[in-house]
Each structure stands twice: as C-alpha cells, then as structure tokens.
Design a protein. Structure first.
Length: 382
C-alpha cells in the first residue's frame, strides 16, 4: 500500500471517478449501441453508465469526510483550525491544475474547437468566455448554468468544483466561529434535511436538483458527520461488518435504480451509504490479498489522481469529439475508443500530477506558509 494513503478512500474515489468518466463517454458515444450488447441489455448498460452524477455525490461525501478528519488530525479540534493555513492548503491543491485546464479550454475555444466554445442554447442567454472563466474561479459556475443552461461542453462539468469550493470557504469559518463541535454538527444536520426539501421543488430541472448548492451540501454534510462519528464510536464486530455490507448494497442498488424518479432522496441515500463506508476508513485493516489485487490497485491509482482526472478527462473527450463528432462513433469502435479514452485520461492525469500539480502544490504551501522573520531581527536590520 502507498505510504500515507488510505486504501478505502482511494478505492471509493477511484470508483466515483470511473462512474463520472463512463457517464461522459456514454453521453458522447452511446454504449447502449455497442458490442456491450452481447453481454448486457440496453437497460443494464444505461443503468451502469448514465447515473454518474451519483459518483459526484460520493465525491462530495468523501470530501466532507476528509476535510473534517484532516482538520481534527492537523489541529487537534475543529475550533483550533488555522484559517489561513486551511485556505493555503486548499488553494495550492486546487488552483494550479484548474488554471491549466481553463487555459487549455479557452485556447481550444479560440481555435474554434466546438467542445470548448460557448454556445447559447435556443431560448437561453449567451455567455461570454471571460464571465464563464470568472464563474469557475469564483465558485458560482453552477449558478451561471442555472441562468444559461449547458453553454460550454468542457467547462460545464466544473459546476461541482463550485460546490466544493463554497464548502471549503465556509468550513473553517464555521468551525472557528462556533468553537464547539455540536453547533457545527447541527448545521450539517440541517443541510441534510434541507437537501431533499430543496430538490423536491426542482424535480423537473436537473440544473437545480443536481447542481444547486442546497442540492449538494447534504452529501458533504453526511461525510463531515461520518468523520466526527468515527472518532467517538467503536466500530468492531460482526454487526459493524454487516452494516458495511448493507451500506455497499444500498449504494449499488440506488445507483442502478437511476436518478429519474428518485431526484429527491436518491442523492441522500447514496451519500448516507457512502458515509457508512467511510466510517470504516479510520481504523481499517486491509487483508494482504486485497492490497495485492491488481484491479483494485488500478482503481486506487485512479482515486489518487481523481482530481486531475476530473479536470482533464473532459479535455481528452472534447478533442475526441473534434475528430469523431458526438453520436458518430462507428459501432465496432466504441469499446476500443473507450479504452483509449480511459488510457489517455489516466496518462494526462498522471503526468500532470507528477510534473506539475504535485510539485507546484508543495512549492506554494512552502512559500505561502514560510515563517516571517522575527520582529527583533527586523529591528536589528533597521
């Protein structure tokens, strides 16, 4: 196992990003009309590939868990969070790759590549590229989409980053301002209640029931509460193992049932099941045979690079659509091109992490958090 990595969290991340990648490939080059039909029915293929937004819900729960657990581990308690340090860590991790991805999208859009251009849908207002980029960088791209629909194929997937970034902005302020865990936990529980209520008012508009802040914060809150609970509850014995199996079955069954018709509570149930699975991440004891499994190792690798995959896979797929337009992929090519898409996305993610985002992340943290010279030393220099 990679030092410092959590087996279960990397595995859940890997599964989540795979679901997102499958969704976007399916929407471009329908796998329901591919050689997969020799193995699965159309209904089964659709169930496996068209519910990838549930994968995003899993990501939100994982983010909530990790941020809460890491904050407690790093500072001793939520109330002792160092706000500046928290924001520097988040900024250093998120912005280098995001700026690179946005630069690529803008350049390709200026070069006339259709998947990277802003295109106004009939009956919806046009959006300029500067405003689109600004909305991503200032965490309200999902709100802009509510007013302009799907206006940029590549950029529109960054709506979920807007949700996570607003959570990152609010999290340390709540923890530091409220001081104690119980009022913070109460706010998270309120988010869990508000989520399905909000979605119940928008079941016919996916931009709202899937992308709105209130539609997504309940998933984040489930993860946050799981991190708090994991510190206080002893998770052992056959009953706990049974609960883990039940949670996994819940996530799989809700995923396969699909989003249509389950807009209100489907996302909450996926997040709740993921949170239960995350509860076992704190003190996990992974058998050697699982650690050595090559398939799981590959999925965990995808999980470790899920952020880079999230940002850059859509660039790979958008360029593919420039070569073979949406819906024009020959039947026999669909599975080989799917494999090529996954391979290229993983290659871009791995290279960007190793040679760009990881080094720049470390440099930014070191530079921005470097201790200032002591006042006495400054006085002596003067």
């Amino acid at each position: 196992m990679t030092a410092g990595r959590n087996f279960r969290i990397d595995l859940l991340r890997g599964i989540s990003i795979c679901l997102v990648l499958l969704l976007h490939y399916q929407l471009s080059y329908s796998l329901t009309d591919s050689p997969l039909r020799y193995l699965l029915s159309k209904e089964a293929i659709r169930a496996l590939t068209l519910n990838g937004n549930y994968g995003v819900t899993m990501f939100f729960a994982i983010s909530g868990y990790l941020i809460t657990a890491t904050t407690i581990k790093r500072y001793g308690s939520l109330a002792q969070v160092d706000i500046k340090r928290f924001y520097v860590f988040r900024m250093a991790r998120i912005f280098p790759c995001l700026l690179a991805a946005l630069a690529i999208i803008v350049i390709l859009g200026m070069l006339g590549q259709p998947a990277f251009m802003n295109v106004a849908e009939p009956g919806w207002p046009a959006v300029g590229m500067p405003l689109a980029v600004l909305s991503v960088l200032t965490f309200w791209h999902n709100v802009l989409m509510q007013h302009a629909w799907y206006f940029n194929y590549a950029m529109n997937i960054y709506w979920s980053l807007s949700v996570e970034e607003v959570f990152y902005l609010l999290f340390p302020l709540l923890c530091f301002g409220l001081k104690r865990e119980w009022p913070v936990a109460a706010i998270w529980m309120a988010a869990i209640v508000i989520g399905p209520i909000y979605r119940s008012f928008h079941t016919t508009d996916e931009i709202y029931f899937m992308y709105g802040y209130a539609a997504c914060f309940d998933a984040v809150a489930f993860g946050c509460l799981a991190a708090l609970l994991a510190r206080k509850v002893r998770l052992q014995g056959w009953l706990w193992r049974l609960a883990q199996v039940a949670a996994a079955c819940l996530v799989v069954s809700i995923y396969l049932r699909g989003i249509d018709g389950h807009e209100i509570f489907g996302f909450s149930l996926i997040a709740a099941g993921t949170a239960v699975l995350l509860l076992g991440a704190r003190n996990e004891n992974v058998p050697a045979w699982l650690q050595g499994n090559r398939l799981l190792a590959a999925i965990r690798w995808l999980g470790r690079h899920s952020y880079e995959l999230y940002l850059f896979h859509i660039v790979v797929l958008g360029l593919m659509r420039s070569v073979v337009p949406k819906g024009a992929m020959p039947y026999a090519w669909k599975l080989p091109v799917l494999a090529l898409f996954l391979l290229l996305s993983a290659l871009v993610a791995g290279l960007s992490a190793r040679f760009y985002s990881d080094p720049l992340n470390a440099w930014l943290r070191q530079t921005l958090l470097r201790p200032r010279p002591a006042a006495a030393s400054l006085g002596q220099r003067g």
